[in-house]
Design a protein around this ligand. Structure first.
Ligand SMILES: O=C1O[C@H](COP(=O)(O)O)[C@@H](O)[C@H](O)[C@H]1O
Length: 265
């Protein structure tokens, strides 16, 4: 690992290369799964889409394919594009093809959105499903609000600093009443999406941000460094779990514009 430590109040791991990052990420997620299954009997994980899914691929290889208790996993999406499940833009399809078709997850534990209704209806239905699973304790409840407390939410970040489908300067960043909301004007195609809101993301027990590549270095700097008041507030900077733990997994190009003097090991 190139660098590991606390950068302000967030924990960061900067890796020499993607192979090393993938191994560390698989180790980390496998440990969280083990701890959660031991404590609660289940592991409620919410994923995003994009490049992080291939970086999670090692979880489906030895030793994790055998050691992780896959049947205890309940899988959700922190954001999803409102397209058919077999569409190339579907975050569900990406995760199914790259991960969950390779390990023994229970199909009824995989909670994808309803892709045959409007974005608004899909968000409402998804929130309803999550509320039912909170009632049955598959998902815990936050200690400080009525929000669900996912065991882990895994996020990527776009080069504009968006996380899930929470885009810069979008009114969706201010949503505090809903757990799951929708947008129909995503600046990145496809336009119609559902997304967890910030209060839900910040209520998780663990949040992981996986960010790689030099195209994201500016947004990483804006998300993590003291960038000054006239700099844009990127959504990734608003990911600040109330009680849970936040861990950033970066490669060296993504971390290249960070103020290294802020690191304390
Ligand atoms: O549109 C999206 O983009 C982000 C980042 O994707 P990446 O390919 O640049 O890593 C992703 O995390 C999010 O889930 C997705 O809907």
């Amino acid at each position: 690992m190139a660098l590991s430590g606390v950068h302000k109040d967030r924990e960061l791991r900067v890796h020499e290369n993607l192979d090393e990052l993938s191994t560390d990420l698989a180790d980390y997620i496998a440990e969280l799964s083990e701890a959660s299954v031991k404590e609660r009997g289940v592991f409620a994980i919410a994923l995003s889409g994009g490049s992080l899914i291939s970086l999670m691929g090692k979880l489906c290889e030895a030793p994790y394919n055998k050691t992780v208790d896959w049947i205890k996993w309940y899988i959700f999406w922190a954001d999803e594009r409102v397209v058919a499940k077999n569409h190339a833009d579907s975050n569900y399809k990406l995760a199914k093809d790259s991960l969950f078709s390779k390990v023994p997850v229970v199909p009824s534990h995989v909670h994808s959105i309803n892709d045959s209704v409007s974005a608004e209806e899909a968000a409402d239905e998804y929130e309803f499903v999550i509320r039912q699973l909170v009632k049955s304790r598959v998902i815990s409840v936050s200690d400080t609000s009525d929000c669900p407390k996912f065991d882990l939410i895994v996020l990527g970040m776009g080069s504009d600093g968006h996380v899930a489908s929470l885009f810069p300067n979008h009114s969706v960043l201010e949503e505090t009443d809903e757990w799951v909301t929708f947008i129909t004007d995503s600046p990145k195609p496809p336009p119609e999406r559902i997304t967890f809101t910030l209060p839900v993301i910040n209520s998780a027990s663990n949040v992981v941000l996986v960010v790689t590549g030099d195209s994201k270095a500016d947004a990483v700097h804006l998300a993590l460094d003291d960038a000054g008041t006239d700099c844009p507030l990127v959504p990734a900077r608003m990911v600040q779990p109330t009680i849970g733990k936040l861990m950033w997994f970066l490669d060296k190009p993504a971390a290249s514009k960070l103020d290294a003097s802020e690191f304390s090991k």
